[in-house]
Design a binder for this molecule. Structure first.
Ligand code: ZN
Ligand code: ZN
Length: 143
C-alpha cells in the first residue's frame, strides 16, 4: 500500500517534470524566434544606416552642384564685352548690368525692367527676355 502510494507520487512527479520540459521547449522556441527577430532588426537598422549615409553623400553632392551652378550663373563682368541681347559693345557710356534672373550681362536698354523674384523681397533688374518669360509665368500662375 505504501509502495503503491509512493509509486503514484513518483509518476506524478515525472508527469510534472514532463510538463516543465514541454514548457521549456516552448520557451526555447520563443527565445530562438526573438533572437532571429532581433537579428533581423539589427540588419534592417544597418541597411537603414547605409541608406542614410548614402543619401547624406548624395545631398552633399547636390549641394556642391547647386553651389557651382550658382557661381557659374553669375557671368563675370570682365568676360562680357557685348550686351547678351543687342550685342552692342560696352563702354563708359554703355554700362554693364546683370539680370538678376539669368545672371547674364546686358546693356541698360535691354535690362530696363524690374520684377519681383523669389530670391529678393524688392523688385530687381531683369533682362527683356527674362521679363517676358516671368510675366508669362506670373500670369499663368494667376489663372
Ligand atoms: Zn542690349
Ligand atoms: Zn535675364
Amino acid at each position: 500500500m505504501k509502495d503503491r502510494e509512493s509509486l503514484a507520487q513518483f509518476q506524478r512527479q515525472i508527469a510534472e517534470l514532463q510538463k516543465k520540459e514541454d514548457e521549456y521547449e516552448v520557451l526555447k522556441g520563443a527565445h530562438i524566434q526573438l533572437i532571429s527577430t532581433v537579428e533581423n532588426q539589427e540588419r534592417t537598422l544597418e541597411e537603414l544606416g547605409a541608406h542614410l549615409s548614402e543619401s547624406k553623400l548624395k545631398m552633399a553632392d547636390l549641394r556642391d552642384v547647386s553651389k557651382s551652378l550658382r557661381d557659374a550663373q553669375w557671368a563675370p563682368d570682365k568676360e562680357a564685352s557685348h550686351c547678351r541681347l543687342c550685342e552692342k559693345e560696352f563702354s563708359i557710356s554703355r554700362r554693364r548690368h546683370h539680370c538678376r534672373h539669368c545672371g547674364n550681362i546686358f546693356c541698360h536698354s535691354c535690362s530696363d525692367n524690374t520684377m519681383p523674384l523669389p530670391s529678393s523681397a524688392r523688385p530687381v533688374r531683369v533682362c527683356d527676355t527674362c521679363h517676358t518669360q516671368l510675366l508669362q509665368r506670373y500670369s499663368n500662375s494667376e489663372n
